[in-house]
Design a binder for this molecule. Structure first.
Ligand SMILES: Cc1cc2nc3c(=O)[nH]c(=O)nc-3n(C[C@H](O)[C@H](O)[C@H](O)COP(=O)(O)OP(=O)(O)OC[C@H]3O[C@@H](n4cnc5c(N)ncnc54)[C@H](O)[C@@H]3O)c2cc1C
Length: 395
């Protein structure tokens, strides 16, 4: 029996994927929030993973395809970068991925969990953990004790399970917050996402279904986010339209704006003492280049592979060592890349601005390089694979 702690998208997906493998799963955590206004851009490999779990129809109903992504330098700096456009068609795809409203995704995942016979969901948080060489035990809020051979920690950025496993975390509070909301606009978005780079972080529009609505993630200083939250709808709509240089015409914000303080966190290990970390328990970084949940679903895919290869004792040191070995390169590479991009955006130093500008110029001017980054952005390793010479097949 496997215990999954945490009922965010990653914990729910882990419970479903393990159940599909034939495992008996106990899931612990409250029903996910229905007021999460964020949307998540998931790239094609993550979409394929969700489709395998049975969500193809749901995704077609609730999500919008992302076929073009644009980066525009919206800073007032001395050295500004050229705009770069990435088109999925350039690498032979119809779209890079889908933009999915979090509340709808979480509802679809939790409805599916309730239908699986081999998942027992205790809508309680874990209040205490005990680890032993042969088992891991969780005490739930209602006093129930659950003993399992493996616990999957999907309990978010502050992960009590991670602490119980004795795993230390390097954590940095960033002096940035993300303002999140949806808005209507006069012009059709053409299923494009545009990211305006500003001195305090990106201001990113992502298409929603229908053509005339988009979601917004605007990273800024916490003080500025407070000011934006205090504006009335009309004033905020004007600020957004101005920031986006009116490229979508008149903007009308919808009700329900939210602010998320940003953090960067990386544990020193990804599994120990019969506890394996997934999702934000294993990595937190700013929402730049839409990587967090994509990486979280790759954690789940590798976790399932580990359980498949170690059916007798999926929490054994051997099994956890294989999980650690598979996840470390991907998690460390993605976290470092996103933190580096964020730092380069914030840096006022001329050399950093020069490097960023030169990098984006190269991307804009060299199709092969653009293709490499587009493929790597969707799936690690696929950019390198596309660069390898095609070897003739043996007859
Ligand atoms: C503004 C913003 C925009 C983003 N956009 C994107 C994007 O476009 N693409 C992308 O890939 N990623 C994006 N991300 C990242 C993505 O949102 C996260 O990676 C994802 O939500 C993490 O999910 P999770 O299930 O790991 O954690 P969470 O969603 O935080 O879930 C953790 C769960 O654990 C539960 N829990 C906590 N303590 C306990 C306990 N003791 N016992 C049991 N349960 C417990 C909580 O109730 C919660 O349900 C974005 C993030 C932000 C902030």
């Amino acid at each position: 029996m496997i215990l999954v702690a945490g009922t965010g998208p990653v914990g729910l997906a882990a419970a479903l994927a393990l159940a599909d493998l034939g495992c008996d799963v106990i899931l612990a955590g409250p029903p996910p929030s229905s007021i999460d206004r964020r949307t998540t851009a998931l790239m094609r490999p993550a979409i394929a993973f969700l489709e395998e779990l049975g969500f193809a129809e749901t995704l077609a109903e609730i999500a919008a395809p992302l076929s073009t992504m644009r980066i525009v330098d919206g800073t007032n700096r001395l050295i500004r970068s050229p705009a770069v456009t990435f088109r999925a068609a350039e690498i032979g795809e119809d779209y890079f991925g889908l933009n999915i409203p979090n509340a709808a995704l979480n509802k679809a995942l939790s409805d599916a969990v309730r239908e699986r016979r081999n998942i027992r969901w205790h809508e309680e948080i874990v209040t205490a953990w005990r680890t032993d060489s042969d088992y891991v035990e969780a005490l739930l809020g209602d006093g129930t004790a659950i003993r399992a051979s493996l616990a999957v920690a999907g309990d978010g950025r502050n992960s009590p399970a991670r602490e119980a496993a004795g795993i230390r975390t390097k954590r940095r509070e960033l002096n940035q917050s993300a303002l999140v909301l949806n808005f209507a606009h006069a012009r059709h978005h053409g299923f494009s996402s545009t990211e305006f780079h500003t001195e305090h972080g990106p201001c990113t529009q992502v298409p929603l279904p229908g053509g005339f609505r988009s979601s917004l993630v605007w990273v800024m200083r916490p003080k500025q986010a407070e000011e934006m939250m205090a504006l009335d709808d009309r004033a905020l709509s004007e600020r957004i339209e101005e920031r986006q240089q009116s490229f979508l015409g008149e903007v009308t914000v919808e009700s329900g704006r939210q602010v998320f303080p940003l953090v960067s966190a990386l544990p020193t290990r990804f599994a120990a003492h019969r506890i394996a970390l997934v999702g934000e328990a294993a990595h937190v970084f700013p929402p730049i280049t839409a990587q967090g949940l994509n990486l979280g679903l790759r954690d789940v895919a590798d976790l399932v592979e580990m359980v498949r290869k170690h059916p007798d004792d999926p929490g054994s040191s051997l099994a956890l060592a294989s999980y650690e070995a598979r996840r470390r390169p991907d998690i460390v590479a993605r976290s470092s890349a996103v933190n580096l991009i964020n730092a380069s955006l914030l840096s006022d130093l001329l050399p950093a601005q020069l490097l960023r500008s030169a990098g984006l110029s190269l991307l804009g001017g060299i199709p092969a390089l653009r293709g490499f980054f587009m493929r790597e952005g969707m799936q690690p390793g696929s950019g390198f694979a596309a660069l390898l010479p095609r070897l003739p097949r043996r007859a």
